[in-house]
Design a protein around this ligand. Structure first.
Ligand code: GUN
Ligand code: ZN
Length: 435
């Protein structure tokens, strides 16, 4: 058994903070200890108390004065788009057709998929992200590379082979039967292996025929515990085209609802331009809207009404994500900085406690995985990020006048990136140091 005692300033959320003053919503331990045994957190609390529980010869790592938090969770990104990031396009559909689809065709080659998978996990670890929910390409080879590398690093990952059978280049199309059979094969090869979760992944309604949506519906019925991920209501031209393709549906959300794809394990990327009716049915179903701020700004898609959706009488569950490669940063800190600015433009406030809740426990709850990840609670998995608010000279200078924890968190979010990630632990193992 490997046992480690980590020392530092601990921060972990119990629930969503109601305001900046809501100190009941989180645990903050100024001189904290975290006991990690065989990849699990077994004790959390004041350093002296936790040390008293540890065997005398327990190895100790002192991260003071840094913050130790649950590792960041990225709820939506595309593993085959690492070389699409920073592509110059006017809007979503141009970006997809000009850059994204041609690039994803390359993932039919195992060697390419395996190489990019290694880079993918390196970047996640560098940025303090310990769980991510990813789209692979349409090719089973890409899902195999994605899950094999996750297992090698012992990371809790969610991913899926994309299903798409129209409106894309030939090299990126499956058929309803292939999409169904290969998804089943990916599930039997990878789901529950190591810490892997397979998600049923129809790309979006534009690239799936009604026949493929039927096949997706069958998968959702056969595997009700699996996550389902797709895109919804990202861009006005996309919405118009989608509704033309499914003229019988009331609106975009209704297309997915008709195929039984609207439920508490359903993760909808973007969901920016929802009507009141769509927000209502999302809420009733317990479906999750995944906000991707850097992508929404980069592609000019729109301003996601995060606060308005969260404070509805029937609130919509919300996740946050980078959306690499429509998104422009791997960093969840950079992501929440942009989320903050979007709410500013909408005349809303997103306070730093809410941001850090969303990146950790909030995303874990949105994945229905908060019993395993997203907090520092004993019994959960020791996926951690260690943050240094003095990582750059400009940050260190500002830290001279920072007095409170929320101020420090806000500084980290506003100025921080991978340089502020001093270490990333996956199941108790320090992986950033090994990069
Ligand atoms: N909608 C369908 N596919 C994609 C994608 O790869 N990225 C984004 N941002 N939106 C999409
Ligand atoms: Zn996406």
């Amino acid at each position: 058994m490997t046992t480690t005692l980590l020392r530092g300033r601990l921060l972990s959320f119990h629930r969503a903070p109601l305001s900046l003053a809501d100190s009941q919503s989180y645990l903050y331990e100024e001189d904290g200890g975290l006991l990690v045994e065989d990849g699990l957190i077994t004790a959390t609390g004041p350093y002296a108390d936790v040390k008293a529980k540890a065997a005398a010869d327990t190895a100790e790592i002192d991260h003071r004065p840094h913050l130790i938090m649950p590792g960041f969770i990225d709820m939506h990104l595309h593993f085959p788009q690492m070389q699409v990031i920073a592509s110059y396009a006017a809007n979503l559909l141009e970006w997809l057709n000009t850059y994204t689809f041609p690039e994803e065709c390359r993932f039919v080659e195992s060697a390419h998929a395996e190489r990019i998978a290694r880079h993918f996990y390196d970047e996640l670890i560098r940025h303090g992200t310990t769980t991510a929910v990813a789209y692979c390409s349409v090719h089973k080879t890409s899902a195999d590379a994605f899950f094999a590398e996750a297992m090698r690093r012992n990371m809790r990952m969610v991913g899926g082979k994309v299903m798409m059978d129209r409106n894309a280049p030939q090299g990126l199309l499956d058929t309803p039967e292939m999409g169904y059979d290969e998804t089943r094969q990916v599930i039997s090869d990878w789901h529950g292996k190591g810490r892997n979760h397979v998600a049923i992944t129809p790309r979006f309604a534009i690239t799936s025929t009604p026949a493929q949506m039927e096949a997706t519906s069958a998968l959702a019925r056969e595997f009700p515990d699996l996550h389902i991920q797709t895109h919804l209501s990202e861009n006005h031209d996309e919405i118009r085209f989608t509704c033309e393709l499914y003229p019988d549906a009331i609106d975009y959300t209704d297309i997915y609802a008709r195929y039984g794809l609207l439920g508490p394990k359903s993760l909808f990327g973007h969901a920016i331009h929802l009507s009141e009716r769509e927000a209502g049915v999302m809420s009733e179903a317990g479906a999750v809207a995944v906000h991707c701020p850097t992508s929404n700004l980069f592609l000019g898609s729109g301003l996601f009404p995060l606060k308005a959706l969260a404070r509805r009488e029937k609130p919509v569950r919300i996740g946050v994500a980078t959306d690499i490669g429509g998104g422009s940063s791997y960093s969840m800190l950079r992501t929440m900085d942009e989320a903050y600015k979007i709410q500013q433009l909408l005349g809303e406030r997103l306070n730093p406690l809410e941001s850090y809740y969303l990146m950790t426990r909030g995303n874990a709850e949105a994945l229905s995985l908060a019993d395993r990840i997203g907090t520092l609670e004993p019994g959960t998995e020791a996926d951690l990020v260690v943050l240094d608010a003095t990582a750059t000279s400009a940050m260190a200078l500002k830290m001279e006048v920072v007095k409170t924890l929320p101020e420090e968190l806000f500084l980290l979010q506003t100025m921080g990136d991978d340089r502020a990630v001093a270490e990333t632990y996956v199941a108790g193992v320090a992986l950033k140091a090994q990069l």
